[in-house]
Design a protein around this ligand. Structure first.
Ligand code: PMP
Length: 352
């Protein structure tokens, strides 16, 4: 009766709700409101004729997608790694590169999965406080450490650092791996991919979930030196050889081939973000500058939790985190222009 003492106990990450009701406005998990590129759909429809192929395992090395990503980012194929969403890529990277007795460093306000992976893998970690404006203090990351992970743009704040600031941090840390999580970079951030030529210890992680509207298909990417990628593959192949399913591999390739559609969706979301920011500001909200597909906003007359609960009664889902440093804010994903108009109207209509 003592088996439970051998269980690895963890406090898991809590993802945003995925409500089942049909007519909801879902602004709580930073999904893209537009569908994936038309070529993805065409490929999906055509796949029905290849049903029989599902008997086979997919490619363990995902070479077609790696090749397409290498072309897209203008890097050699040896610098590309693919995983099941960037959560999988990040989890594998934590396991691979953070194997020191020294603490890894990340900001106190950031993606709340980092401390979960650290706890799961027994990696010591230390958080560094953002400044009063929710900005990273670069010097905090120029101390002894076992690794660094920085989301840029950061979540849930939406704030982006320039590549030059990241480079200062990377240059100061030749003895540890620096992971830059660029889940939201396509909405206005500056990618650190160009720095991967210069710094062998820099791993840049991106995703198809946000700017490419493919959260449901689960594709994430890492770009780094061939040495880093080889180490990452060793760990991946020690857990699960077949991570990306057969059709998804092809859908991801299609997405990369339609740059015009990609740009159109991203531009539309950025324009809607700026409109929403203006509207919220006019309602008295304090809104941080965002280079992502969400806004981090502090309500004026009511608490964030009250607004969160009220919006839910109106079938509008946003995200509220209860942590001390973030509890006064709501994280609001950017939906279609119509959805955001409805959000603003609903907030205007609220009389307590
Ligand atoms: N990094 C950050 C900063 C995120 O907000 C998210 C989305 N929750 C992810 C990574 C993971 O996204 P995905 O696994 O869908 O690529």
């Amino acid at each position: 009766m003592n088996w439970e003492k051998n269980v690895r106990r963890v406090v898991p990450y809590v993802p945003g709700e995925q409500p089942k009701a049909e007519k909801v406005i879902k602004l709580n998990t930073n999904e893209n409101p537009y569908p994936p590129a038309p070529g993805v759909q065409a490929k999906m429809v055509a796949f029905a004729d290849r049903f029989d192929e599902l008997r086979l395992y997919p490619s363990p090395t995902v070479e077609d997608l790696v090749k397409e990503l290498a072309l897209y980012h203008k890097v050699p194929e040896e610098k590309v790694f693919v995983g099941v969403g960037s959560d999988d890529v990040l989890a594998t990277a934590f396991l691979t590169f953070f194997n020191s007795d020294k603490a890894i460093l990340f900001p106190d306000v950031t993606y709340s999965f980092y401390d979960v992976w650290a706890a799961l893998y027994g990696i010591p970690f230390e958080t560094k406080k953002l400044d009063g404006n929710y900005r990273i203090i670069p010097e905090d990351y120029m101390v002894e450490n076992g690794g660094i992970v920085i989301a840029n743009p950061n979540a849930p704040t939406g704030i982006a650092l320039g590549r030059d600031v990241l480079e200062r941090i990377i240059a100061a840390n030749p003895d540890s791996v620096v992971i830059v999580d660029e889940a939201y970079v396509d909405f206005g951030g500056e990618s650190c991919i160009p720095l991967t030529d210069k710094y062998e210890n820099l791993l840049v992680v991106q995703t198809f979930s946000k700017s490419r509207s493919m959260a449901g298909l689960r594709v994430g990417v890492a770009i780094g030196s061939p040495k880093l990628i080889a180490y990452l593959n060793d760990v991946k192949f020690s857990i699960n050889s077949y991570t990306i399913n057969l059709p998804t591999l092809e859908y991801a390739v299609e997405s990369l081939r339609d740059e015009a559609y990609f740009r159109k969706c991203v531009d539309r979301i950025c324009a809607t973000r700026e409109w929403t920011k203006e509207q919220l500001t006019a309602l008295g909200y304090e809104v941080l500058e965002s280079k992502t597909n969400f806004l981090f906003a502090k309500p004026a007359a009511y608490t964030a939790e009250e607004v969160f609960e009220y919006l839910k009664t109106k079938h509008i889902y946003v995200r509220h985190f209860k942590g001390e440093r973030v509890k006064d804010y709501l994280r609001i994903s950017i939906g279609t222009a119509e959805e955001m108009q409805e959000l603003i109207q609903t907030l205007k209509d609220w009389r307590k």
